[in-house]
Ligand binder design. Sequence first.
Ligand SMILES: Cc1cc2nc3c(=O)[nH]c(=O)nc-3n(C[C@H](O)[C@H](O)[C@H](O)COP(=O)(O)OP(=O)(O)OC[C@H]3O[C@@H](n4cnc5c(N)ncnc54)[C@H](O)[C@@H]3O)c2cc1C
Length: 429
Amino acid sequence: MPKSFPNYRLKSGWNALLPARDVQPALFGKLAADVVIIGAGFTGLACARRWQQISPDARVVVIDASEIGEGNPGRNSGFLLDVALAEDAKPDNMQRMLECNRLTQEAMQSIVRDVEASGQAVDLQRAGTYRAAASDAGVKSLENYKLFLEGAGLPYRQLDQADLETELGTPFFRSGLFSPDCYLAQPASVIRAIHQQLPDSVTVYENTPALEINKTGINWVVNTPQGELTCSQLVLANNSFAKNLGINRSRLVGVYTYAGLTPRLNDSMLETLGSNPNWGLLPAHRLGSTLRRTADGRLLVRSLHSYEQEITGQKIRHELQDRMWRRFPQLRGQDFEHVWGGAVGVTYNGAPVWGQQGPGLFASTGCNGGGTVKGTMLGATLADLAHGKTVPDIASLFGSPSWMPPDPLRSIGFHLTAALESWQGRQER
Ligand SMILES: Cc1cc2nc3c(=O)[nH]c(=O)nc-3n(C[C@H](O)[C@H](O)[C@H](O)COP(=O)(O)OP(=O)(O)OC[C@H]3O[C@@H](n4cnc5c(N)ncnc54)[C@H](O)[C@@H]3O)c2cc1C
């Protein structure tokens, strides 16, 4: 039986760098609520916030299997993109793209407001992002993204290999684009700040996984290890694990990807890493590697994928070291302070699973590799939908998730596609 919630082998490196916080107690006993939201990620917390704004007297309960900052939202690479992702960028439909951009930009501003209002020292800067390619296929994909940026009237700089080496300290990439429309963040501190800004009337239970959901009469019942929640409206914001609770099994898979973060590098190493002290780089191929140099002088590498199961820490370390050393030979021998994995909710065509799934049942999951800002927007919009408000046409804007065959065909398909794409994008790994 697939697990209904994540239980990671390795701790989030981002969260490990932060001071300990007071964890909200787990749910114990039976409780009734108006709405229960499963998952306290970017999606779930945005939904809770909007729900409470629309229905201030509603009993809004959020449960999460993990702790705020330690779970999935505190495990990503910290790119908060406030324009469409490369995979969503379709230059041939610019009207649609501009509307997607407007929605994600609004969501980004709500994150910025929460972080500012929290008064916490959160590393969140509009540092922009590089996209860079090492192969012909990668260069072609950058050309497509350039068309989108031009069509959308968004600023960018084009870089050649020498420019990239000057700014980032690596000769690995042949060509690149720099776009200022991205925030770089310490994601665990951002999600902590968002959680801190929730009104007191929203109750969050940490370390409280939903094991099972059942419809009983007009209500939904959510079973947790030591408790039970009854509600008239239920929201699944728990990413790929929604399918293990029985929702959208045929459209959603869990793909694990991995990150490694070095300790703060010494000054002589940092001097070899180019002129830009705080940058992020997204790969031109979807199975490529993401890189960051953090404001406090660390390098992050995000790469590798596995289907529905986490790989071991030893393998993660070994593979990520190889990627770091190939890009930065001057760092050969440098190890990571932390390595970890996280589950990404993936759909075949990249479109989110979003909307009403049945009476009193809503879901927003499957943001693929870029759900921090998009999830924030979709979570808030889901609360609007549940209250009967007029909402943007999410399916027209972001697509509808396509059907996938069940396992074992699905797993075979994933491994074949991954092997083919890994081969095609091998120079970007
Ligand atoms: C290594 C890595 C790097 C990434 N980098 C980026 C990036 O730079 N930028 C970006 O935008 N995206 C990135 N992503 C993807 C990003 O993390 C997701 O798209 C985003 O977190 C989705 O937000 P969410 O709130 O929808 O889901 P999640 O962040 O997955 O949150 C879901 C929450 O539900 C909880 N949960 C799951 N099952 C249950 C259950 N049964 N009961 C209770 N709680 C449950 C989980 O603990 C989790 O807190 C990355 C992902 C990984 C793994």
